[in-house]
Design a protein around this ligand. Structure first.
Ligand code: GDP
Length: 461
């Protein structure tokens, strides 16, 4: 979206409900001419929208010349008390595509422009109704696939992240202002800003930013799904387990070792948490070029995952091989060791240092699957217990800006150790303040960045 060319004084319209036919569709109109435009096509026996009360709903018909297009309900919202902050109308019409398109065409003929994707939310932002991180949360909320990601997006939309960042930013601004005051009185050689206090403040801000950054990988996992790699030697039953968890035949099950050559990814929700299950080709030494590719990919998937389910066939395994496979898993992963095929034999449970839990299952008849799901939830809950202590970061743009702010503040700390003059400190401090302000859009923000953010929205939002 090219924001430079976007005229925010236009009155815009768009279908806000999903594309296609539904029972009812909603068409949104926002801008100064909203009431006038709709009044020219909407006919109610009682009232003109321009004269109606704010926040009122009216029944009537939409007409194109003499042809009745539909019977509709029209809601009137008066700016600034509307989502966009502007005068807004929502037309609830019947869901036929012909009706939706006809009304949209009529609105354009009477002076509306079609909205760009995300333009309603962008107007809400530019009219000060929401900050940028809240606007991004609107997009996340629409895309939320699980109860947990919905909760995070809702928290962010209600200003969770913004509040925290504004606190940090104001502390920095306050101190920078004192430093700048010193510069104004440079000749008198006075110090308004207590360096020790400032150092303590910087340390505490850096600490808070570091903590916030640490929540990102988990926040991201909640938003996009907690990645669970299913690994183990060929024929351990990985594809069977995936099918059992998905309750459908997605992965190809066969008893020829090495069948799952590529990785398969599927999403499931367990108790409101979204998991991305990744079935990988078995980790084993191989000379087959295609299979080799699969093995490399499975190692990459382990690397990208939060939880590793290491499966083995308890009727046929080598303890040393199993140990070596577990040892090859990076230390930051949670490992669930799954002894599969216990319908065929009794297994022996081993205690490996790296393994969070060792469970007995039968991927074929479902035994132990409930305990497996409970174990997954336990790992998530133990994690969230730590992460929800404060705000959770879920957005890559926020993460990058905060990381840069942290680097800049680290530079300020170094400069202070070397007694660098206040004017140079101020330059870097201003940069850090700007970076934090970029996240909430508190400061003038690059129109390119805005364009990227809002173009991710669907039309009508
Ligand atoms: P993968 O190579 O690890 O993906 O293994 P598959 O899921 O393709 O399974 C290999 C073979 O083991 C298939 O014939 C499955 O039916 C069988 N299998 C998988 N899980 C079980 C189980 O729990 N019990 C029994 N008896 N057979 C299983």
């Amino acid at each position: 979206m090219n924001l430079e060319q976007l005229d925010l004084s236009d009155t815009i319209c768009a279908i806000a409900t999903p594309a296609g036919m539904g029972g009812i569709a909603v068409i949104r109109i926002s801008g100064v001419k909203s009431y006038a435009v709709v009044d020219s096509i909407f006919h109610s026996r009682r009232i003109k929208l321009a004269d109606a009360d704010a926040n009122s709903i009216h029944f009537g018909i939409i007409k194109s010349e003499d042809q009745i297009i539909d019977e509709v309900l029209v809601s009137k919202f008066k700016g600034p008390n509307s989502f966009t902050g502007e005068d807004t109308i929502e037309i609830a019409c019947h869901g036929a595509i012909y009706i939706q398109q006809s009304i949209l065409k009529l609105l354009q003929q009477h002076g509306c422009r079609l909205a760009m994707p995300g333009e309603f939310t962008m107007r809400a932002f530019s009219n000060g109704k929401i900050d940028l991180s809240q606007a991004e949360a609107v997009a996340d909320l629409i895309a939320a696939e699980s109860a947990a990601s919905h909760k995070l997006a809702m928290h962010q939309m209600r200003g969770g992240v913004a509040q925290k960042l504004n606190e940090l930013r104001s502390q920095l601004i306050e101190f920078t202002a004192l430093l700048e005051l010193e510069l104004d009185f440079a000749e008198e050689d006075v110090a308004f800003a207590d360096r020790n206090k400032f150092e303590a403040l910087l340390n505490s801000i850096c600490h808070e930013i570091t903590q916030l950054l640490a929540t990102f990988s988990f926040g991201n996992a909640i938003k996009n799904g907690i990645a669970v790699a299913i690994v183990g030697p060929p024929n351990a039953g990985k594809s069977t387990l995936l099918n059992m968890l998905l309750q459908e035949e997605r992965a190809i099950v066969s008893n020829i070792p090495g069948t799952t050559r590529d990785t398969i990814e599927e999403k499931i929700t367990i108790e409101g948490h979204l998991f991305r299950l990744i079935d990988t080709a078995g980790i084993r030494q191989t000379t087959d070029p295609i299979e080799k590719l699969g093995v490399a990919r499975s190692q990459e998937k382990i690397h990208q995952s939060d939880i590793v389910m290491m499966m083995y066939d308890c009727t046929n395994y080598e303890i040393e091989e199993l140990k070596a496979a577990i040892d090859s898993i990076p230390p930051d992963k949670h490992v669930l060791l799954l002894a599969n095929k216990i319908d065929l034999t009794k297994s022996k449970l081993f205690a490996f240092e790296k393994v969070t839990m060792h469970l007995e299952i039968s991927a074929l008849d479902g035994k132990g699957i409930l305990s497996l799901k409970e174990a997954l939830i336990k790992i998530v809950n133990d994690h969230i217990g730590v992460a929800t202590a404060d705000v959770i970061l879920t957005n890559q743009r926020h993460y990058d800006a905060l990381q840069q702010a942290l680097n800049t503040l680290a530079l300020v700390k170094q400069q202070m150790d070397h007694n660098i003059s206040a004017d140079l400190l101020c330059i870097d401090l201003r940069a850090a303040i700007r970076l934090i302000g970029n996240i909430t859009g508190t400061i003038d923000i690059d129109t390119d960045i805005l364009g990227t953010i809002f173009s991710k929205f669907c039309i009508g939002k």
